[in-house]
Design a protein. Structure first.
Length: 345
């Protein structure tokens, strides 16, 4: 594996989970998808995750057939961007039962993706041993990022022992920790430390606790680790502000004391995320919420999802307006306005 992207991964990056840019009629807008990629690169993101939950798992459905075209399109855009170097991390979402997952992993590898973020949602009835075999098989095709996804959007509860065994996979390069649960987050961090996998990067996917995850000095058996960065749907919006925040966090967390204002900022970002992810309605509007923020800034043409019934919840748009007004420091509106016309060419 190339040292450049691995070093960048372990150093800690903002990795947005890529949304799908659809017009109001449900057709894919390549122009807006390219603009979105350009925005992430210009904002200072250290990588991109394509074909993941925020991209909509339905891109794999035969009715849409967008998985391969989207992955190919994104990697070609990155290859054509002179500002993107070999440190920029390219992650592909990997889904389905083992046969499908291996096919996706092989395709992603062929297209130049560095690693696969492996969703276990399709294996809800499998034992943890069977899940482990699945991950080992996928890892034979591409380096993998383990994924602890919250049950509310298709994940399942997984044991500490399971994560210890996942750490035995040589081609495990990172774990995205996204159970939205403090106990389960601790299980993953402890397992990685106890397994002695200092080479496995820890990434938060807990959009409800981003700042706290990144600030915490995690310590077990005398070993200290930090969660390096984030691979987040929340960072699919307001990415430039997220990059600034991560750099500030990385500087302050190694100091003897952490200013109290960071606890306030954690609560404020959680409040903003609650509106975007529609926490009040069990996250039903999380993808349309991401779309709505990007639509307001002109980066995508609509809030449309592949499933036309997947829409903003009642009152969600008003909540998004509230948090934008309350926390302008989290937003990228001015930055996008200054550059949008160039990104759309």
């Amino acid at each position: 594996m190339s040292a450049a992207w691995i070093e960048a991964l372990n150093a800690g990056q903002v990795i947005p989970a890529m949304p799908l840019a659809l017009r109001e009629d449900g057709t894919w807008s390549e122009t807006h998808q390219r603009a979105l990629l350009r925005y992430y690169c210009a904002a200072g993101a250290g990588g991109i995750a394509v074909g993941v939950h925020s991209t909509q798992f339905a891109i794999r459905d035969a009715a849409y057939g967008l998985y391969q075209p989207l992955l190919k399109f994104c990697t070609e855009c990155l290859d054509d961007d002179s500002t993107v170097d070999d440190k920029f991390i390219r992650i592909a979402g990997i889904c389905g039962a083992t046969r499908q997952a291996v096919e996706e992993a092989e395709l992603a590898s062929q297209l130049g993706y560095h690693a696969g973020l492996v969703s276990l949602s399709a294996l809800s009835t499998q034992t943890e041993s069977e899940l482990l075999t699945h991950l080992q098989t996928v890892a034979s095709a591409i380096p993998i990022v383990g994924f602890y996804l919250q049950p509310a959007v298709g994940g399942r509860v997984l044991s500490y022992d399971f994560w210890c065994r996942v750490c035995e996979i040589d081609r495990l390069v990172a774990v995205k920790i996204a159970p939205f649960n403090r106990y389960q987050t601790l299980d993953v961090v402890r397992a990685v430390i106890d397994a002695g996998r200092s080479d496995v990067a820890l990434y938060t996917g807990n959009d409800d606790s981003i700042v706290l995850d990144l600030l915490t000095q995690w310590q077990f058996r005398g070993v200290t680790r930090f969660i390096a960065g984030g691979l987040l749907g929340q960072w699919g919006v307001w990415t430039r502000a997220a990059v600034r925040m991560l750099r500030d966090v990385q500087a302050v967390r190694i100091q003897p004391t952490i200013p109290r204002e960071w606890l306030t900022r954690n609560a404020q970002l959680t409040d903003a995320n609650a509106a975007i992810f529609d926490a009040a309605n069990a996250f039903r509007g999380c993808i349309p919420g991401i779309h709505e923020v990007l639509r307001r800034d002109g980066l995508i043409p609509s809030t449309r999802c592949l499933n036309p019934d997947e829409v903003l919840s009642p009152g969600q748009s008003e909540e998004i307006s509230r948090v934008i007004a309350a926390y302008p420091e989290f937003t990228d509106t001015d930055f996008v306005a200054e550059n949008l016309s160039a990104w759309m060419t």
